[in-house]
Design a protein around this ligand. Structure first.
Ligand code: HT7
Ligand code: ZN
Length: 876
């Protein structure tokens, strides 16, 4: 693959006016007629040929203004169609015919078949697998679509926009026609056809238009789409109320499919979803599944404005739509659920996924300037760090100006394909604030490290905070400039009452936000009557690593008295980490592990504090994960020692808090019918957390087995199963529960994925043999991304001791699997391979095994561009 550079961007020579597509569906030979009307752009080279993109295409016919083109006037290859001698200014029509094979499309890009249903995925560059086209996001046009297909096999034939009509066509065939008046780029095109069940509803918009809502699922699964429909209606309402955004077609459709490379896709008026993020009922979905469905339904719906109405000029601008839309879905979930608990979950995710990416060989800016394979840039940096950057703009401007900036952005750029600079300019224009330095967040990769030290001057009643920032070197970027870092700060007296400074010198400060803009800066808080206990980066106002040496007593005070509950959780984490890091080192050195008393006491106090919501207490009890500990240790990591150390700490917390956990387990019940609401989910989370600790304290599987037998919902069932399988893997109780679970849910692929995952993450050296055996299970389908992710992906990403076993067999297994998956689905292979991104932080023997496995992949003769790009960057 070629390297693409942002600096080379230039507009197309030809403007696309209209697109008219006719599909004659056939499982192995679908005929596509693309009628495209173009004119040469004003000022463009009058001799420039029209170069259209293709990918594995063969040209079957080419008409210019309805007449066949001479072979001398064009050149067709599988990946391009070049047409010469085109008119200087007048519009012309091309009719391009291609014949494609959906059944053979295992890459799941372009038009493919999933469980007998025709389906498309065009982002980022899938449309060029359907027809030759200017397949780039800055080419926008209205589309008319005609679908012709076997009537019995395809009672449902869908595309973007509003339904024009449909009828019988010829023997046994029918047609349906759709028109999407909103100019859109090709990546938002979608077609779905097949025999599907549907759930219908309506939504009345703020200007009183009735919109038809339809969710298509496999027959028999309609009832499992009810929660998704509810989430959709709440999303539509929320976007009107919070962002003033109204839906703009007569119909909004969602289709759930079982083979899908990602979570979902925001095609205009016709979202296509991985069925995992649509289907839910109490018997089969966990509380986390419900929360994911709500968030992803919202995310794709919100793209209608942030992504579809205003789209990206080029793929370097991906964060323009993704970072912003993640920010919007985070805010939605925060409003639907508990804001602090949601923020804790976001930050946990950011730290466990994005921080390692930003600190490893795959680090890249939120707005990259170069890529070899765009599919590899749908990353947690673009999405989650991109969202954090948007959140910081909201923090810097405040609520009202942020809203004004968003309104200006929508007004100014509706119908356009724009850049991050355009986005930022809207906020500069409404606020008068210069965001040049702030924009480094888009351009500089790496997680900034902020070091803070405080000094109190009792005589002057002032407190000085000395701050330093350092942005680590990342691939291709060695010299970093200081960033504009908004730090939300609060000061507390020793009795926990807030202290308000009369003024702050040395830094811009307002609304409790201190603006760190220099490499090194001192801020003096005046009018502080007693030694303050300082809380920095409240609500995680900036995505940074913070080094601030605070005493356990101060952290314990924050854990108890901070008014921002996110900051309470942060204080508990800061108390936990030194204990966990020491535990990993002690376990490695064969020394006894001792959990600090301050930490255990603060944790148990939070667990038992009835003034705190249960979901928060459950988050407090979930200690930093093994990979969090590995990241904090920074290098020379031994996964076995980290696991042993963390388990020993868990054991000590469990022993010390046995009575607390027993009483939580008894009291945090959720009587009555199951409800997935946040409050009930929080109670289940806390009760299940107590159950986990009790499994350590009691050290027998009995209670988990009883919980497994009594569970009336998937959350409780999975937690009990996980405890049995992970804590007592060799017990007869674990074996029986796994087998019962399997038999009860055989045939329900999404639940069997949970069964695969729970076994793939059983710690220890036997994990690989277990995974290999599970791959022979008839329910494991190599062609299905969800199955592969559930087993191979979960093993590589979520089982540090099993995957990282000392003899390197885990890494060699992954190398073999990546090469195999790559032959069918390069995107999936490349994504799972990113599980190796932190290999350099391993202790030398494991790092050497990992390096060899990566080298074996790199040396394979026929690698996809996707895998080649990831493996070469990972090894660099
Ligand atoms: N915008 C969507 C991205 C996506 C995608 C990208 C590459 C290959 C397959 C894909 N499926 C969906 C999803 C989103 O962020 O909303
Ligand atoms: Zn998105």
């Amino acid at each position: 693959g070629q390297v693409i550079n942002l600096a080379d961007y230039r507009p197309t020579d030809f403007v696309l006016e209209r697109v008219d597509l006719t599909f004659e569906l056939d499982p192995t030979a679908t005929k596509v007629d693309a009628r495209l009307i173009f004119h040469r752009r004003k000022g463009a080279d009058p001799k420039a040929p029209l170069v259209l993109d293709g990918d594995e295409l063969a040209l079957s016919g080419l008409l210019f203004d309805q007449t066949e083109m001479k072979a001398s006037q064009y050149t067709a290859t599988p990946d391009s169609l070049t047409i010469r001698n085109l008119p200087k200014s007048k519009p012309f029509e091309l009719t391009i015919t291609t014949i494609i094979n959906p059944e053979a499309n295992t890459k799941l890009m372009g038009l493919y078949r999933t469980n007998g249903v025709y389906c498309t995925q065009c982002e980022a560059e899938g449309f060029r697998r359907i027809t030759y086209f200017p397949d780039r996001p800055d080419v926008l046009a209205p589309y008319t679509i005609t679908i012709i297909g076997d009537k019995a096999a395809n009672p449902v034939m869908l595309s973007n926009g509003n339904f024009l009509g449909g009828a019988g066509y010829d023997e046994g065939r029918a047609f349906a026609a759709w028109f999407d008046p909103h100019p859109k780029p090709s990546y938002l095109f979608a077609l779905v056809a097949g025999d599907l069940g549907v759930v219908e509803d309506t939504f009345v918009t703020m200007s009183e238009r009735e919109v038809t809502l339809k969710i298509y699922v496999e027959h028999g699964k309609e009832a499992r789409a009810a929660y998704a429909m509810d989430a959709l209606k709440r999303s539509m309402k929320w976007d009107e109320e919070r962002f003033g955004r109204e839906y703009d077609l007569d119909i909004f459709m969602i289709v759930a499919v079982s083979d899908f490379n990602m979570g979902a896709m925001e095609n205009k008026g016709l979202n296509v979803f991985n069925d995992k993020y649509v289907l839910a009922d109490p018997e089969t979905a966990t509380d986390q599944d419900y929360a994911n469905i709500e968030a992803i339904i919202a995310h794709e719906y919100f793209h209608n404005w942030t992504g579809n109405r205003i789209t990206c000029r080029d793929w370097f601008q991906l964060c323009l739509k993704e970072g912003l839309t993640v920010y919007r879905d985070h805010e939605f979930s925060a409003d639907m659920r508990s804001r602090p608990v949601k923020r804790i979950a976001e930050v946990r995710h950011l730290k466990s996924e994005q921080f390692p990416e930003d600190g490893g060989p795959l680090a890249h800016p939120v707005r990259p300037t170069t890529y070899r394979e765009i599919n590899n840039f749908y990353t947690t940096t673009v999405y989650e760090k991109g969202s954090e950057v948007t959140r910081m703009i909201a923090t810097l401007l405040g609520k009202d100006l942020f809203k004004k900036g968003m309104d200006l952005y929508f007004d100014r750029h509706d119908g356009q394909a724009v850049t991050i600079e355009d986005f930022v300019k809207s906020f500069e224009d409404v606020s008068g604030r210069d965001l040049t330095q702030f924009s480094l967040w888009y351009h500089q990769a790496g997680t900034p490290l902020v070091t803070a030290a405080g000094a109190y001057d009792a005589a002057a009643k002032s407190f000085t905070l000395a701050l330093e920032q350092m942005v680590p070197a990342t691939p291709g970027q060695t010299d970093k400039k200081p960033m504009h870092i908004p730090l939300s700060i609060a000061l507390f007296a020793e009795d926990g009452t807030p202290l308000e400074p009369s003024s702050v010198d040395g830094a811009e400060y307002g609304d409790n936000v201190l603006h760190l803009t220099e490499r090194s800066q001192k801020a003096t808080f005046k009018g502080i009557g007693s030694r303050p206990i300082v809380s920095i980066n409240r609500s995680f106002s900036a995505p940074i690593n913070l080094h601030f040496d605070q005493s356990p007593a101060d952290l314990a005070l924050l854990a108890r008295h901070e008014t921002d509950h996110f900051a309470r959780w942060q204080a508990l984490t800061d108390l936990a980490l030194p204990t966990l890091l020491a535990a990993a080192r002690d376990a490695r050195d064969g020394k006894p592990v001792v959990a600090s008393k301050d930490f255990v006491e603060a944790l148990l106090a939070a667990a038992a504090d009835e003034t705190l919501e249960p979901a928060f207490r459950a988050q407090a009890l979930a200690l930093p994960s093994e990979s969090d500990i590995a990241r904090e240790l920074g290098g020379n990591n031994d996964p076995d020692a980290i696991h042993a150390g963390r388990s020993a700490v868990l054991q000590q917390v469990a022993d010390a808090g046995k009575s607390v956990f027993a009483s939580l387990y008894d009291s945090m019940t959720t009587p009555g019918d199951f409800s997935p609401d946040a409050r009930s989910a929080g109670r289940r989370a806390l009760r299940n957390s107590a159950l986990t600790y009790l499994s350590y304290a009691e050290n027998v599987p009995d209670r988990a087995k009883a919980a497994f037998d009594a569970a009336n919902n998937m959350t409780d069932l999975m937690q009990a199963l996980t405890i049995l399988a992970h804590r007592f893997p060799d017990s007869s109780e674990a074996a029986a529960a796994l087998s019962t679970f399997h038999d009860r849910f055989a045939g329900n692929a999404l639940v069997i994925d949970k069964w695969f995952s729970v076994q793939a993450t059983i710690p220890g050296t036997k994990a690989l043999e277990r995974v290999l055996k599970l791959m022979d299970n008839p329910q494991f389908k190599r062609s299905n991304p969800n199955r592969v992710r559930a087993l191979v992906g979960t093993f590589a990403f979520g089982n540090p001791t099993g995957f990282g076993r000392a003899d390197g067999e885990g890494y060699r297994f992954l190398a073999r699997e990546i090469l195999d998956i790559d032959t069918r689905n390069p995107q999936l292979a490349a994504r799972i391979l990113t599980s190796m991104r932190s290999w350099r932080s391993l202790e030398p023997a494991r790092a050497e095994h990992a390096r060899k496995a990566l080298t074996a992949i790199a040396k394979a003769p026929a690698l996809s561009t996707d895998v080649r790009d990831i493996v070469e960057r990972t090894l660099k």
